[in-house]
Design a protein around this ligand. Structure first.
Ligand SMILES: [Zn+2]
Ligand SMILES: [Zn+2]
Length: 164
C-alpha cells in the first residue's frame, strides 16, 4: 500500500468514517493518480468489470471524502464536478482547461504566492482556491490547423463567412 493511500485511510479513521471496500478502492485511485481530476463517472467506470458499484455510491463516497477534506471539488465551469486530492503540502497550482477536448492540465502556481499574500493583508482566510484558464490545448490547436489546411486545399479561395 502506498504511503499516500495509508495517510488517506488514517485520515478517514481519525474522522470516524467507515472504511468499505469501495471507499478503499476510491482512496487508491486518488492516491495512485495525485495529478488527476476525476469525475464521478470516470471513477464509476474504473470499477468495472470486477465490481459493480452504483453511481450513487460513488457520489456518496466523494461527498464523504470531500467533507473530511481528503479531496476537493473543482468547478471548471462546464457543470461537471471534478475531484482532486486535497494535498495540504502541495504547491498551489493552476488548471488549464481545453474547451475542445476537455482535458485538464496542471501548471505550477507558485507565482500565486504574491496574490495570496495580498489576500492575507485583508485578514481574509482562504478555504479554497481554484485558478482556471480556459482555452485550447496544443493538440487541439494542431488538429484545427490541419483541418483548416486540408479545407483550404479542397476549396481554393473558399466562400465568405456568412454573418448575422
Ligand atoms: Zn484539447
Ligand atoms: Zn488540480
Amino acid at each position: 500500500m502506498s504511503q499516500r493511500k495509508m495517510q488517506m485511510i488514517e485520515r478517514l479513521r481519525r474522522e470516524n468514517v467507515r472504511l468499505t471496500r469501495q471507499r478503499e478502492i476510491i482512496c487508491a485511485m486518488f492516491a495512485d493518480h495525485p495529478d488527476q481530476h476525476f469525475t464521478a463517472d470516470a471513477l464509476w467506470r474504473a470499477f468495472y468489470p470486477e465490481d459493480a458499484v452504483g453511481l450513487a455510491t460513488i457520489y456518496r463516497t466523494l461527498s464523504v471524502f470531500e467533507d473530511v477534506g481528503l479531496i476537493k471539488r473543482i468547478d471548471i465551469g462546464d457543470g461537471i464536478a471534478r475531484y482532486e486530492l486535497a494535498d495540504e503540502q502541495a504547491m498551489p497550482h493552476c488548471h488549464l482547461i481545453c474547451m475542445t477536448c476537455g482535458r485538464v492540465q496542471e501548471i505550477d502556481g507558485s507565482g500565486m504566492e504574491a496574490a495570496l499574500k495580498n489576500v492575507r493583508t485583508r485578514e481574509f482566510v482562504v478555504r479554497d482556491q481554484t485558478i482556471v484558464f480556459h482555452g485550447y490545448c496544443s493538440e487541439c490547436r494542431e488538429n484545427e490547423r490541419e483541418t483548416k489546411a486540408r479545407g483550404k486545399g479542397e476549396i481554393e479561395g473558399g466562400g465568405q463567412d456568412a454573418k448575422g
